[in-house]
Design a binder for this molecule. Structure first.
Ligand code: GTP
Ligand code: MN
Ligand code: MN
Ligand code: MN
Ligand code: MN
Length: 194
């Protein structure tokens, strides 16, 4: 089977593949940092048990449940929040031939109030809190003066699987940053890693 991007249906047809589903939850916000820098959007990722950043979600066995049912179950475990994911939330699927793992990526826009409820539940009632998930984090979208802080620093951390490219793709796809802003942040991130 070819590597790279597939439709949801093509990905499900893969014989012998394992499947994992993860989701980007985001909201618009009027909030400002230091009463000066617009936060613009709240985007949730998580610090995983293995010290890597990733999106909430997990492994799904399509012979037992649909991809979206499985993702909703993982969100209940990892976020303590009941969210019914649908096929409409699907963004992309990607096949990694070396691990025979297909990663399915979803996104859902929420209200700021709802996102805050997700954060509250994830830090208190979620069964995986402190086990599989060390905590939820928000992605800073700004770049601080001097170029280092904010999104460039965030992007220079270590990410699980292809979650870093899922994030970069979604930032531009959903208009959360401009392609130019992302490019600038990536250039600064690259300098930080040297
Ligand atoms: P267990 O319940 O312990 O099995 O964990 P889980 O079901 O929550 O699985 P996990 O979220 O760790 O995802 C399974 C696999 O998918 C991981 O081993 C990674 O290879 C990959 N993965 C994890 N998070 C992400 C992510 O955000 N994006 C992508 N593309 N892959 C991820
Ligand atoms: Mn899990
Ligand atoms: Mn998980
Ligand atoms: Mn799991
Ligand atoms: Mn688990």
């Amino acid at each position: 089977m070819a590597s790279g991007q597939l439709s949801r249906e093509e990905a499900l047809a893969c014989v012998g593949c394992r499947h994992a589903c993860h989701i980007l939850l985001y909201a618009d916000t009027e909030a400002q940092l230091f009463e000066e820098i617009p936060i613009r959007h709240i985007i949730l990722m998580q610090m995983r048990f293995d010290g890597l950043l990733g999106f909430p979600g997990g492994l799904v066995d399509p012979s037992e449940e649909s991809l979206e049912e499985g993702l909703s179950r993982e969100l209940w475990e990892e976020l303590g929040f009941s969210l019914s994911v649908t096929v409409e939330d699907h963004v992309s699927s990607c096949h990694n031939p070396s691990s025979q793992l297909v990663t399915h990526f979803y996104a859902r826009r929420m209200e700021e109030k709802e996102i805050r409820e997700v954060e509250k539940a994830a830090a208190s009632t979620a069964t995986d809190h402190g086990h599989e998930v060390m905590g939820m984090v928000r992605v800073p979208l700004y770049t601080l003066k001097g170029g280092g802080g904010g999104l460039p620093s965030f992007l220079s951390h270590s990410f699980i699987g292809n979650s870093r490219s899922q994030l970069e793709d979604a930032l531009v796809r959903f208009g959360l940053v401009t392609p130019e802003e992302l490019q600038t942040a990536l250039t600064h991130a690259e300098q930080r890693r040297k």
